[in-house]
Write a protein of this length. Structure first.
Length: 139
C-alpha cells in the first residue's frame, strides 16, 4: 500500500511525516504539503476543543427529544420529539463532524468530514420528515 496524505488522502511518494503535539498527546501525521498540514492541524485543534460539546449533544439531544416525544405522544404522536432528536443530532454532527480515527484513516480526514456532514444532513431531514408524518399523516 502506498502512503496517502492524512488530510486529502491523495497518494504521494514524498509525504512529509510530522510530529504534532496536542493536549491529549503527540500524534504522528503524514501530509502531502503545507496546505494539508495547516488544515489538518486546525481541524485537530477544533476537534480537541469541541469533542465534549459533540458528545454532550449526542447524549443530551436524544434524551430531551425522547422525553418530549413521550410527553407529547397524545398531542402530535411524538413528532416534535423526533424533530428535536433528528435535527439536533444532525446539527451537532454538521457542526462537529468528528469521525472515528479508523474512518479518517480509511478515506482521509477531509472525506471523513464530508461523510459526517452528509450523515448529519440526512438526520436533520429524517427529523423533519418524521415531524411532518406525525403531524399530518397519522390520525
Ligand atoms: Zn494532502
Amino acid at each position: 500500500m502506498s502512503p496517502k496524505c492524512d488530510w486529502c488522502h491523495r497518494k504521494s511518494q514524498d509525504l512529509e511525516t510530522k510530529q504534532l503535539t496536542f493536549k491529549s498527546g503527540d500524534e504522528e501525521v503524514r501530509v502531502c504539503g503545507p496546505d494539508c498540514e495547516t488544515q489538518l492541524v486546525d481541524f485537530y485543534a477544533y476537534a480537541e476543543s469541541h469533542v465534549v460539546h459533540f458528545l454532550a449533544g449526542l447524549l443530551l439531544v436524544p434524551a430531551i427529544g425522547g422525553a418530549i416525544a413521550v410527553w407529547r405522544e397524545s398531542v402530535d404522536n411524538g413528532g416534535l420529539g423526533y424533530l428535536i432528536m433528528g435535527a439536533g443530532m444532525g446539527i451537532a454532527i454538521i457542526k462537529y463532524p468528528f469521525t472515528t480515527p479508523q474512518t479518517a484513516q480509511l478515506m482521509g480526514m477531509k472525506n471523513a468530514i464530508r461523510l459526517a456532514r452528509i450523515i448529519g444532513t440526512l438526520l436533520v431531514l429524517t427529523g423533519i420528515v418524521l415531524f411532518t408524518v406525525c403531524n399530518w399523516f397519522v390520525a
